[in-house]
Each structure stands twice: as C-alpha cells, then as structure tokens.
Ligand binder design. Structure first.
Ligand code: GDP
Ligand code: MG
Length: 148
C-alpha cells in the first residue's frame, strides 16, 4: 500500500525566480511550466522507484523568499539543530547562455565544498539533471535514515 512506503521529504529553498517551481513541476509531471505563480507554495507527492525500491517522494515547493540560499542552509541546520541534513546545491537555468550567469561554476563549487554537499547544474527547461537531483537527494535521505 502506498502509504506504507518509505517517504522521503524534500524542500526547495532559494531566492524567488531561480526555478524552484519549474524544477519541481518538471520532475513531477515532465513538463516545463513557464509561468507559475511566484507567490504560490505547494507540496507534491509521488511514488518512485529508488534503486529498485518503491518509495514516495514529498516535495515542498516554497515561495516568496528573497533571501540568499546561504541563509536557508544555516537556518535549516539551526532549526533542526543538525548539520547532517542532506543538501544539494543546485544551479538552475543551465540552458541559458553563459552571459546570463550570476554565479560562476567556481563560486558555486566553492560554496558546495564549504557546505560539504554536491553542486549540480540543472535545466528545468531541457530536463538536464532534474531526475539526478531528486534521485541523489533521496539516496542521501535514505542513507541518513539508515544511520539513525
Ligand atoms: P521560483 O520562484 O524559484 O519558483 O521560480 P520559477 O520556477 O517560477 O521560475 C522563474 C522563471 O524562470 C520562470 O519564468 C521560468 O519559466 C524560468 N525558468 C525556470 N527554470 C528555468 C530553466 O531551467 N531555464 C530557463 N531558461 N528558464 C527557467
Ligand atoms: Mg515558485
């Protein structure tokens, strides 16, 4: 039964307009939603197979934040009083030309190294690395549950 399956909870955080909703919807439905209400937060759940194991992913797509990802990283660790929360730093809109870049690959990689998390560049538009991000996060979440 679906509700008995292991449930892995993911939260999307980051500044407004970076593509949190587009990534979530691309992963959930395989579509690029170009205009999604920037003030709307919603949660999504679906059954997935992770390395041959049936489980559920729950994605909370947050809205309305204008802060920096670095602040979220710290807030989450502080609120949970736990530095072992699995994170992935995502650089989205990789389909756009390099001249649109706000953060260099080196800067992002340095931040990820500081946080001890992976850095993955994605495109919600072309689906580049979208499945990879969620799959990798679920693996990390599952591994962490196994040690607790
Ligand atoms: P959110 O505020 O973080 O949820 O951002 P949205 O998902 O609403 O995306 C903000 C804008 O960026 C929208 O116009 C999207 O169509 C666009 N967008 C999101 N992801 C991508 C992407 O991977 N490539 C491109 N070119 N545009 C994107
Ligand atoms: Mg959004």
């Amino acid at each position: 039964q679906k509700q008995d399956l292991p449930l892995h909870k993911v939260i999307m955080v980051g500044s407004g307009g970076v593509g949190k909703s587009a990534l979530t919807l691309q992963y959930m439905y395989g579509d690029f939603v170009e205009e999604y209400d920037p003030t709307k937060a919603d949660s999504y759940r679906k059954k997935v197979t992770l390395d041959g194991q049936d489980c559920q992913i729950d994605i909370l797509d947050t809205a309305g934040q204008e802060e920096y990802a670095a602040d979220f990283r710290e807030q989450i660790s502080r609120v949970l009083d736990d530095d072992s929360v699995p994170f992935i730093l995502v650089g989205n809109k990789a389909d756009l030309a390099n001249s649109y870049r706000k953060v260099t690959k080196d800067e992002a990689a340095a931040k990820a190294a500081e946080w001890g998390c992976p850095y993955i560049e994605t495109s919600a538009k072309t689906r580049l690395n979208v499945d990879e991000v969620y799959t990798e996060l679920m693996r990390k979440i599952r591994a962490r549950k196994e040690t607790q």
